[in-house]
Design a binder for this molecule. Structure first.
Ligand SMILES: Cc1cc2nc3c(=O)[nH]c(=O)nc-3n(C[C@H](O)[C@H](O)[C@H](O)COP(=O)(O)OP(=O)(O)OC[C@H]3O[C@@H](n4cnc5c(N)ncnc54)[C@H](O)[C@@H]3O)c2cc1C
Length: 311
């Protein structure tokens, strides 16, 4: 590890001994694709204050920061990630409900948010019950399914910029669009998300969640490591329909494969990130040649190639 990183780790330990830091953390353990080499240093903040300290110290030491939630929309390359990775996940998962307002820490899972809403007879979040990501990752990309989207219920998003300075955006400030928010163009870390939800009957909400999850299990290869839909929905139609139409179900590169169950899902069957990225490129090329549509990745790709693979 470089001297700068060593200095950063020492400064963090001195100021906040309780902060959990892992060196050379294999990122395959922290992504739903189970792909990715080691991060130099992986931090698991348990409070907004620890998160702010991490950002301030990383800025002071000029160490690059990569931000992650549950890693369910992320491909980490085989060479891993240099610098500091901050994982806002299970350690920051508080959810509080007051009347029709839910306030969740960014590391809470979307599934837990949907359940908490249902328990308090609040609707508008059943769509989120099967999305295996965090609330922070969910607002970052305006996650959605079955006609619901985060932007329909989110009223405020709070957090820090990369210097650790607080920000607070109302819904209108977020510029939400299809799988888009302004956070995708800015370096910001979400700590809290507030949602305003309509009253609904608990039993009906639970029934709806069971039904949506049944439909998901029927259509999606949930038993295999994936990052969900690999490509964004093109302007007209669906990425999965185009991939299927081009006869690409079952196409593979090394251990990466286009799912036979759902062509929009590329799954990892024991391969490398290099396999996965090569398969993505192959699918894009063939779909473009056959249909004229260039599919854009929905997954976020981070880290460095492994030299062994690059040679
Ligand atoms: C089986 C499966 C099914 C899926 N189904 C759906 C679906 O129906 N609909 C859908 O929209 N998505 C779906 N996804 C994709 C994914 O679950 C969502 O995009 C989810 O919102 C990502 O959250 P995450 O915490 O895993 O984010 P990560 O993958 O960890 O990160 C994604 C992006 O969010 C940013 N981010 C994460 N946390 C924060 C934070 N606290 N502050 C600021 N930025 C942050 C990261 O920097 C990164 O750029 C699916 C994935 C899988 C594996």
């Amino acid at each position: 590890m470089s001297y700068v990183l060593e200095d950063l780790v020492n400064a963090l330990h001195a100021k906040e001994p309780a902060l959990r830091l892992e060196r050379q953390a294999v990122m395959a353990a922290y992504t739903t694709l189970h792909l990715g080499g080691p991060a130099d240093v992986l931090a698991h903040p348990a409070t907004p204050e620890q998160l702010q300290l991490l950002l301030r110290e990383a800025a002071r030491h000029q160490v690059p920061v990569t931000l992650m939630g549950h890693g369910s929309n992320t491909v980490v390359r085989d060479g891993g990630i240099r610098g500091l990775v901050i994982r806002v996940c299970r350690e920051m998962r508080e959810i509080t409900v007051e009347g029709s307002v839910i306030r969740a820490q960014a590391g809470a899972m979307l599934t837990a948010l949907a359940m908490a809403a249902a328990e308090h007879e609040l609707g508008g979040l059943t769509f989120a019950s099967g999305i295996p990501g965090t609330v922070g990752g969910g607002v970052y990309m305006n996650a959605g399914a079955y006609g619901g989207e985060m932007c329909q219920v989110v009223t405020r998003v709070e957090g820090f910029d990369m210097a650790g300075e607080p920000f607070s955006y109302g819904r209108a400030d977020m510029n939400f669009g299809h799988r888009y928010s302004r956070l995708m163009d800015e370096d910001k870390v979400v700590t809290y998300v507030t949602c305003q939800c309509p009253h609904a009957k608990r039993e009906e909400l639970l029934k709806e969640m069971v039904e949506l999850n049944r439909r998901r299990a029927e259509k999606q290869p949930l038993q295999q490591p994936s990052a969900g839909s690999t490509f964004k929905r093109p302007r007209d139609g669906y990425a999965s329909a185009l991939i299927d139409q081009c006869g690409l179900k079952g196409l593979s590169v090394g251990g990466a494969r286009v799912s036979e169950k759902h062509a929009g899902f590329l799954v990892n069957q024991g391969g490398t990130a290099a396999d996965f990225l090569a398969l993505m490129a192959k699918v894009q090329t063939i779909v473009y040649e056959k249909t004229g549509v260039m599919l854009e990745p929905e997954v976020r790709i981070v880290g460095e190639d492994c030299l062994v693979h690059a040679l």
